[in-house]
Design a protein around this ligand. Sequence first.
Ligand code: NAD
Length: 346
Amino acid sequence: MKTHKIAVLPGDGIGPEVTDAAVKVLKAAEEKSKTYKLDLVYGEAGFNCIAKYGTNVPPKTIELLKTTEACFKGPMTTPEEADAPPSAALTIRRLFNLYANVRPCFTLPNVPSVKPGIDLIIVRENTEGMYSNIEFELEEGLAVALRVISRNASERVARFAFKLADQRKKHLSYVHKANILRRTDGVFNRAVLNVAKEFPNVQVDDFHIDAMAMELIRKPEDFDVIVTTNLFGDIISDEAAQLVGGLGVAAGANIGEKYAMFEPVHGSAPKMSGQNKANPIAAIFAGKMLLDYVGEKDAALTIEKAVFRVLKEGRVLTYDLGGKARTDEVADEIAGKIGSVKQGQR
Ligand code: NAD
């Protein structure tokens, strides 16, 4: 039997609550499948580590991650002082070169959606752009940030996005602001069009970022795969999450050549921490994406079906979806459905 060694970083705020929920569902799927095992190894990272270790991703956690196939990461609070450590997610993405941030967005049963039939994926370049971490304060009241865009990183993420589009509805939209950011988005756009030659079956179109922000609300059902640079992707993927039910149901993957990290899109929601009321579905979908990545596609689909069934029934939902259920009650309900959903095709 195959064993997948997976690192689990529960994080802080609501992180540990939603991570426990996701682990419960992952364990139920593992038990049903009987064809693989998960070896879950827990590590420390996040805000609480800063006082203890002087960093939010301690060296022993990095060593732990290196021994695993993939990582499940809960949300973590990031301090905003200029000299504070960068976000733990950013550090892990950089260390493991997780260059593609993948955020699926699809209409869910019984969950208010701007339009029916939304099924799109945003692929965001994850290693450079406005998040290159090169900022200077030239003098009091005057600061500069550098937006680094390279052909190599742009082609790498474009190729990832084209491959995905090729397996889906064969439509790729790239998003930029080349009318203003002529040099940086010039590099990005030329890279995308270069890679497009390798995928003649994929229809390609492009949008300015401001137009895309509008189109996502006007006709989201028209999109398949959207690829863009780091900051633009960060913003439109939260917008896209809201189209289909909000942050409580949105998950993301950070994929590199040799490693990947999966996380709910939402943050640590400190005000909700310890109340057992956060929606665990985003974290559960992150777990589902992790199973897909390690090749356990049937188990991943089983989790998706169990979530859909609980949403369809509409009895056990958290506050953000109009219900009164607690985090652990939703997790128990979904885990409980795993045994009775059919494996295989959707
Ligand atoms: P947030 O996602 O924590 O909260 C935004 C809103 O969404 C809040 O109203 C919150 O109550 C709600 N929300 C979030 N998760 C929810 C869930 N599971 N169920 C129901 N409602 C939910 O964003 P924020 O307030 O901007 O950030 C809080 C902290 O989280 C900050 O320190 C930020 O840096 C950090 N953060 C971390 C990550 C990460 O670890 N990947 C991502 C985003 C933000």
